[in-house]
Design a protein around this ligand. Structure first.
Ligand SMILES: Cc1cc2nc3c(=O)[nH]c(=O)nc-3n(C[C@H](O)[C@H](O)[C@H](O)COP(=O)(O)O)c2cc1C
Length: 211
C-alpha cells in the first residue's frame, strides 16, 4: 500500500515538473534565446519533405533562414505548427493542391501552442514559404491570434521565383502593427544548398533594419 502511494506521488511530481518545464519553454515549438531577456521574436512556418527544386528535405527552407535571423539577433523562436497536420510530405503536387483549397476557403487551421508573454516583444520577424503568391493560411491564424499594436513586423519568405508577391501588405491588412519593415525574399534552394550566400543576404537585410 505504502509503495503504491509513493509511486503515485512520484508520478504526479514528474508530470508537474514536466509541465512547468514545458510552460517555461513555451511548449515544444518555442525556443528561448540564451542570455538576457530578448525583445525580438522569430516566428516561422516551414515544411520538410518533398519541396520544389530541393527534393526531400529534413529541414525546411524557411526554417533555415528563421534560425539564421534568430542567431544574428538573439531572438526567441516560435514555430507555427498545425494541430491537424494533413499537408502531404511525400508528394509536392499533392501539397500544392491541399494548400490551394485552403487558400480558396480562406481557412484558419488551428495552430499548436502559444507564444508566452507576447506583449514583451518589440520586433517580430515572420517567415513563411511563398504559397500560391500568398502566405500559408496557418500564418493568418497566427496573425489573428495576437495583438500587434505598437509592434514592428519584419517579414521574410522563401520562394522559387515569385519573391514576396506583395505579402508585406497583408500584415498591414491583418494586424495593427505600427511598422511593417521591407521584407526579405530568398530562393528556397539558396537557403537549402548555399548557406553562406543565404547568411550573407540575411546579414545585409538585418543591417538595413538597423541590426
Ligand atoms: C503549396 C505551395 C505553393 C507554392 N507556390 C509558390 C509560388 O506561388 N511562387 C513561388 O515562387 N514558389 C512557390 N512555392 C515554392 C516554395 O515557396 C519554396 O519551395 C519554399 O522555399 C518552401 O519553403 P519551406 O521549405 O520553408 O516550406 C510553393 C510551394 C508550395 C509547397
Amino acid at each position: 500500500m505504502t509503495s503504491k502511494v509513493i509511486f503515485i506521488v512520484v508520478l504526479i511530481a514528474i508530470i508537474c515538473g514536466f509541465s512547468v518545464f514545458n510552460t517555461q519553454n513555451g511548449g515544444n515549438n518555442m525556443v528561448l534565446a540564451k542570455g538576457k531577456d530578448t525583445k525580438s521574436l522569430v516566428v516561422y512556418f516551414s515544411r520538410t519533405g518533398q519541396q520544389y527544386s530541393v527534393g526531400n528535405i529534413t529541414e525546411g527552407n524557411t526554417a533555415i533562414i528563421g534560425k539564421m535571423i534568430a542567431k544574428e539577433t538573439n531572438a526567441d523562436i516560435f514555430e507555427i505548427k498545425v494541430v491537424k497536420d494533413e499537408y502531404p510530405t511525400n508528394d509536392y503536387t499533392a501539397l500544392t493542391q491541399v494548400a490551394k483549397v485552403e487558400k480558396q476557403q480562406n481557412a484558419r487551421p488551428a495552430i499548436v501552442g502559444k507564444v508566452e508573454d507576447f506583449s514583451k516583444y518589440d520586433v517580430i520577424f515572420i517567415g513563411y514559404p511563398n504559397w500560391w503568391a500568398d502566405m500559408p493560411m496557418p500564418v493568418y491564424t497566427f496573425l489573428d491570434s495576437y495583438d500587434f499594436t505598437g509592434k514592428t513586423i519584419a517579414p521574410f519568405c522563401t520562394h522559387e521565383g515569385s519573391g514576396l508577391s506583395g505579402t508585406e501588405a497583408n500584415f498591414k491588412k491583418h494586424t495593427k502593427a505600427e511598422t511593417v519593415a521591407n521584407g526579405l525574399a530568398i530562393y528556397g534552394h539558396t537557403a537549402q544548398n548555399s548557406r553562406a550566400e543565404a547568411e550573407s543576404k540575411v546579414k545585409t537585410w538585418l543591417k538595413g533594419l538597423g541590426y
